[in-house]
Design a protein around this ligand. Structure first.
Ligand SMILES: CC(C)(COP(=O)(O)OP(=O)(O)OC[C@H]1O[C@@H](n2cnc3c(N)ncnc32)[C@H](O)[C@@H]1OP(=O)(O)O)[C@@H](O)C(=O)NCCC(=O)NCCS
Length: 173
């Protein structure tokens, strides 16, 4: 199976919405992508194609990390979706790795996400809490492993820390 990955084009928007809704079984994630785009906050949007058909999509937006009066911005991955008929064939992995290239080329040393701790560690994501990051997606004393970061620049660990906030397109946890 030949998978190609490219940035979204304006004519992909309807197909991306349908794909996100189909993969998640509801419109929540599809609507988040649309709102990010409408707000000019869709930092990166990549599609995976098989036989010229869009079968996967990954969205990235910038999150804010704040600590006292310091603020930093880094990309976060999500939502990501692969059409149910095409799942478990490496398309999600190919999309994630293609995103790493863009994040690295843009000079970012960290990439965040909130997602399954069974899936993302294989790409190098690790729990973000022990690295010094907090999120409203982690309740005090509750499970935290779904809040993860990929460290591309180790020198940031310790110097950058604080509370992570997604763009307002994402619902309150
Ligand atoms: C998650 C998703 C994008 C992965 O895409 P994919 O193309 O199926 O993934 P790949 O083929 O690269 O990898 C498949 C592996 O991921 C695992 N996997 C897939 N979805 C997973 C999930 N939600 N949680 C945990 N593991 C998952 C599979 O078990 C498989 O593992 P294995 O190789 O050990 O058998 C896709 O399954 C999907 O769209 N799911 C519905 C939407 C969703 O849950 N998005 C992510 C939210 S965190």
């Amino acid at each position: 199976m030949q998978i190609s990955i490219r940035r979204e084009l304006p004519e992909d928007i309807k197909e991306i919405h349908a794909l996100e809704a189909e993969a998640f079984g509801c419109r929540l994630q599809a609507d988040i992508v649309d709102r990010l785009r409408d707000d000019g906050a869709l930092w990166l949007s990549q599609v995976a194609l098989v036989d010229d058909r869009i079968v996967g999509h990954a969205a990235y937006s910038l999150v804010e990390i704040s600590h006292n009066s310091n603020n930093w911005h880094f990309p976060a991955l999500g939502p990501i979706a692969v059409a149910p008929a095409y799942q478990r064939q490496g398309i999600g992995s190919a999309l994630i790795r293609a995103g790493f290239e863009v994040v690295g080329e843009a000079g970012f040393g960290l990439l965040f996400l909130v997602g399954s701790p069974n899936y993302y560690p294989r790409f190098g994501f690790q729990p973000a809490l022990p690295l010094g990051f907090t999120s409203d997606y982690v309740k005090p004393g509750g499970r935290h492993e779904h809040f993860m970061a990929l460290v591309l620049d180790q020198s940031l660990i310790g110097s950058v820390r604080g509370h992570m906030r997604f763009h307002g397109a994402f619902p309150d946890p």
